[in-house]
Design a protein around this ligand. Sequence first.
Ligand code: ADP
Length: 500
Amino acid sequence: MLVSVTLLATWRYAQLGDHFQEQARTLHRTVVQRVGQHDAHLTNLAAVAQLDDPRHASFVAVAAAVHNFYPRIASIDLVSLTPPAEVRVSTRARTALAGFTLADVQQRADGLVAGRAAMLEAPAGPGYALVKRLGTAAPSALVLVIDAQKLIESDGAVESGTRVWLTDARGTVFGPSIPAASRRLVSWPPTLRFEQALPSVSQPLQLLMTRDLGRAELLPAGWLVLLAFGGAALLWLQGSVMRVRRASREAARQSQELRLAHAMRVNGLGEMASGIAHELTQPLTAMLSQSQAGLRLIAQGADAAAMVPILQANVRLARRSGEIIDRIRSYVSQREPLVSEVALNPLAAGVGDLTRADLQTRGIALELTLDPIAPVVRIDAIAIEQVLHNLVRNAAEALQAGADCAPAGARIVISTHGAHDGRGMAQVAVRDNGPGIGVNQMERLFEPFFTTKPGGMGLGLSLCERLVETLGGRIEVHSAPDCGSEFVVHLRSTVPRTNT
Ligand code: ADP
């Protein structure tokens, strides 16, 4: 904003400066023409004065016409220099020179050759006299008294507030003196200034013009309002563009995470295969033995009513098998997160069911310690199932890598805890009695691509952390060398249910 205001003020100053210089040059040209006219009048009047006309009738007529037509010419006098000098003819009523004495005129004319003109300055007058010595037999001089103020009148050609002065070669000012402010070189905004000599031999004068700019002129209120609005609009636009960019970056990151999570779920399906088979075997076996029992009853001649409980049990078991398959299907399907209220105990038990068989083949026992308060959390169930599968797999791999560390038998415990701490967070934890995590590794555990496993990708824990944080939770790790590790997932809890 400050930069824009400075730029605007600088541009406006340059614009006003150009305008001022243009006007000053125009006035300078006008004054040069006026000064030139004085020389022309002197030449013409001199010619008329030298006519053989003892009563100077022609001179009087021409001088009166010039005097009337040019108000800046205060008077035109014909002075006899034959001592004692006297005014012979004057356009004024009184025959005395305005602001000048005859002695002054005489002295000035004495220094001139016939036909030449020179300036005579009044000690404190508003103008100057132009004295021309005539080449007549009796020495005489023509005197034009010029009103300097009228000479520099601009007739509206310069902006109001512009001050104009005429100075002589020594810097003496005609008319009101130059105020100190206009002489100052350093002021803000700097005073606009024009100073140029008049190219006249008889009247070697300088034209000086200054203009002090008001701050409002430099920064007009309307422009400032526009600038403020423009700046605000620009900021808003920039903010919007950044918001859109951030949102699209975030969306891209989320969709990448979703794809990664999905890929890792599909990848982990192999380890769950025996769990799935085990889960399905139980209802299928039950259905088989129920059906065989039914067949036996029919062979023994039982009536249809005896078949009803058997068929009802089969329907229940078939539904259960369908539910297991549905769960697996939604676990591996690619889908948007879906947050809902989920009971933590059944979710933890479900993960246990699907991983137990695989762990058994690895010689690892799985225990569940579920809080009877039965915590309910607001989560995406599939995401938290994935987190738990990951933690259980890591625990199993750690136990296998450091098999000597758990002489009492490798064990993984999945536990749940209600929001007893009053902070509204419930926990689900996966603990193992494996080799634990070294201090150096602890710091880098959640970094993407950090792994200590030969074929590891190092993406599991970083993904788990992202999934949990997206749901407003966090993961905490406790570990002591040779005492195993515990990964505690804190999740936002809702009202606890009475019991499962
Ligand atoms: P990966 O399993 O591909 O290595 P993760 O991000 O899941 O990637 O794990 C990163 C690292 O954390 C593992 O390589 C391992 O060193 C360590 N780790 C994770 N879980 C445990 C655990 N339960 N016990 C010991 N170390 C673990």
